[in-house]
Design a protein around this ligand. Structure first.
Ligand SMILES: [Fe+2]
Length: 472
């Protein structure tokens, strides 16, 4: 009877976490028992939606799986929790990876700052439960960066997926409890383990907070082992390029005075990456800050940056793009190590970026590498570009970027208790992007050589991947 009562209590607790969505959402961490109950109640479902970051701060996306015969790509949005005076947004229906379902994708527009919204999506039978989304200020804001969520770690085992899901909800809750003003979350890639299992995405979408904070998810090499990313995401301004194949795609968006360039660095197609950056910058020439995101740890701590593929190939493909378009910060993951570089131009340190300091109009780019959610590596090497590394690295971490006035503050915290580990600020009063100066034009002309070599590498890589039966 005692056991029965405790199971019933856990079920009620988990259900209450979901039903709380109808009013203010909860940032409480689930206990292991609550997570286990949630996991077993949802693991065979395949319909959880993801709230996605839109093309700018006034837009959001929603993507979910629905039964093929009754699906309607419709989302209701209201400022009232009883859903009165709701606006209905209609989107598109795309094929799913299975015959029983389709993928519904809806764009939501007209989001105003500092406003609480409530939304529902059509499940195929009825309108869903009501979830809350709260916008913050658009000019000054805070966002969150996280490394390899990688549900399943290096395996396809359900127990490891559940374990990673538990850690994922825990760090998400920790970050949102201590920083309730986070506007959206950006992952640096490897969101899943095999890239082939719907259950990996189902687990990633289980934490209730995923319904309250928009996600922007970079593609990593693990996601690239399959095509599932294609069916579970709805990223803004997806760029499919001329030479990209399969899952390959970049995307970009703006938020406040920041342009985010998100590269699928598992593709060496330099021509497409440069074309995406050019298009994004030409459409948004005046944003004060430019932030690039790619999965591999280009100038991360320890051995990440010494891997030949990252250190030579990706260095040749990406550093000229970052330099020609005045990128301020590059966010990476992959090596499961938390660290940050000094100011870099190409592969050289051009200025110190010490923890706790603020730098005015600095030259060069900071590279921030995020630790993983799934598991942590621990290795150190005295590399000259490393300004900070989390040597203990035995817990998750998360980073916030805060934009206010002329400042971008980059802060990294432990994921279990939010202890501040590293913080550096950049202050830029004068913004003059010289995208069309003669020097930049010559730089981009010379890059044509890299574009050609990238294409040759892409052909070789395709043969290697086919022989190996999957992406590295
Ligand atoms: Fe990776």
């Amino acid at each position: 009877m005692k056991k029965f009562l405790s199971i019933m209590l856990s079920v009620i607790l988990v259900l209450s976490v979901f039903s709380m969505n109808a009013s203010a959402y909860s940032t409480e961490k689930l206990t292991q028992e609550e997570w286990d109950t949630l996991y077993s109640s949802l693991k065979d479902d395949n319909t959880l939606p993801m709230l996605c970051q839109g093309a700018d701060e006034t837009k959001l996306g929603l993507v979910w799986h629905s039964p093929v015969d009754s699906a309607k790509a419709e989302v209701k949005l209201s400022k009232n929790s009883d859903m009165s005076d709701a606006t209905v947004f209609t989107g598109q229906i795309d094929p799913a990876e299975n015959k029983e379902q389709v993928v519904c994708r809806v764009d939501i527009t007209g989001i105003e700052e500092n406003t609480t919204y409530y939304y529902q999506w059509y499940t195929g039978e009825k309108w869903s439960e009501t979830c809350e989304y709260k916008s913050n200020s658009f000019d000054s804001y805070k966002m969150m960066v996280i490394g390899d969520i990688q549900i399943g770690g290096q395996t396809d085992e359900a127990t490891k997926q559940s374990e990673d899901g538990f850690t994922w909800q825990s760090v998400l809750s920790e970050a949102m409890t201590k920083n309730p003003d986070i506007s959206f979350l950006l992952s640096c890639g490897d969101n899943t383990s095999t890239g082939q299992g719907a259950n990996e995405w189902q687990t990633l979408l289980m934490p209730p907070l995923v319904r309250n904070i928009p996600l922007a998810l970079t593609i990593g090499n693990h996601d690239k082992k399959g095509m599932m990313y294609d069916y579970y995401t709805h990223m803004p301004n997806e760029f499919y390029g001329e030479y990209f194949t399969g899952l390959d795609r970049d995307f970009y968006f703006t938020y406040g005075d920041v342009l985010y360039l998100v590269f699928d660095a598992t593709s060496p197609s330099a021509a497409d990456h440069m074309a995406m950056a050019k298009k994004a910058v030409e459409e948004n020439p005046d944003t004060k800050w430019r932030i690039a995101v790619m999965h591999q740890a280009l100038f991360g701590p320890a051995y990440g940056s010494l891997d030949p593929e990252t250190g030579i190939l990706l260095n040749a493909v990406f550093t000229p793009i970052f330099d020609t378009y005045d990128v301020d910060l590059v966010l990476t993951g992959h090596s499961h190590l938390q660290g940050r570089s000094h100011f870099m131009v190409e592969s050289s340190v051009v200025g110190k970026a010490e923890s706790g300091k603020a730098y005015v109009e600095p030259e060069g780019i900071i590279y921030l590498n995020s630790n993983a959610v799934c598991d942590h590596d621990s290795f150190t090497l005295p590399l000259p570009h490393v300004a900070y590394e989390f040597i203990e690295n035995d817990v998750t971490t998360y980073t916030t970027l805060e934009f206010y006035g002329d400042t971008m503050k980059i802060s990294t915290f432990r994921g279990d208790n939010s202890e501040l580990l590293d913080e550096v600020s950049i202050i830029k009063k004068n913004v003059e992007h010289k995208d069309n100066s003669l020097g930049k034009l010559i730089q981009r002309l010379l890059y044509k050589v890299v574009e050609f070599l990238g294409m040759v590498y892409q052909k070789i890589d395709a043969i290697v991947v086919a022989n190996r039966g999957g992406h590295f």
